[in-house]
Unconditional design. Structure first.
Length: 232
């Protein structure tokens, strides 16, 4: 059930142009920061990852301010994107490889990041101390349907490539896996930067008509998805 819902959400966010634009911003930020990365001045993998995450969050807020069908802001220094009735947060996966597993994500490292998994797992029965804006409560109000999304991404400092995984985060208490469902939605491949054109019939309420960034968002097939789950 969760896999089917995630496929539907991925298709909708791709058709609206939001997911391709998020991936495009990630790729641009990562490669820009690689160009100015200077280990001789004290830069390392931590400064590269943290700086890229902050730049991505700030640029996403700036870019989506031009659209009226998307709310993008910062909460507790964490990016929040509200679109089509769902709430997305994002974070970089640990490690230096573009092949980092989405199952290596750690929700416990951030109280803000943990809100999504907690809300998905408990619906509106959140942990003490969590207060969510009205938009997020509304987005998470349907019983038995996880409404929070998370974009977990990885970057390779050697090649400049990125990979991005989209999923419904899950609370890991009691040893549960960190996702109800997750799928690889983008992976850089040499010479394969094809544009995604929004599906006909989607009428986004926008201030302009910016072209979709030249980023290919891919959906893993069932066999690849099963292999990824088995290896978690």
């Amino acid at each position: 059930m969760h896999e089917d819902l995630l496929a539907e959400v991925t298709s909708d966010w791709t058709a609206s142009g939001v997911l391709p634009e998020l991936v495009g911003l990630l790729r641009d930020v990562w490669r820009t920061n690689l160009d100015r990365h200077e280990p001789a001045l004290g830069d390392d993998a931590v400064t590269l990852g943290m700086g890229s995450a902050r730049n991505f969050a700030n640029r996403t807020v700036q870019e989506f301010a031009r659209r009226t069908d998307v709310v993008a802001d910062l909460q507790g220094n964490s990016l929040r994107v509200v679109h089509l009735g769902r709430v997305l947060r994002a974070s970089k996966l640990p490690g230096k490889s573009v092949d980092a597993s989405p199952y290596s994500v750690d929700w416990e490292s951030s109280a803000t990041r943990h809100q999504g998994p907690a809300a998905n797992s408990q619906q509106l029965e959140l942990f003490d101390g969590f207060e969510l804006p009205d938009e997020e409560l509304e987005a998470n109000s349907r019983a038995n349907s996880p409404r929070y999304l998370h974009l977990a991404w990885a970057g390779d400092a050697e090649t400049g490539d990125i990979a991005a995984h989209l999923g419904f985060p899950r609370d890991t208490k009691d040893g549960a896996e960190p996702w109800f469902a997750v799928r690889l939605v983008h992976r850089d491949l040499p010479g394969d930067q094809l544009p995604i054109v929004p599906a006909t019939g989607y009428d986004a309420d926008r201030f302009d008509q910016r072209p979709v960034p030249p980023i290919a968002v891919r959906l893993r097939d069932a066999e690849q998805q099963a292999a990824g789950s088995d290896g978690a």
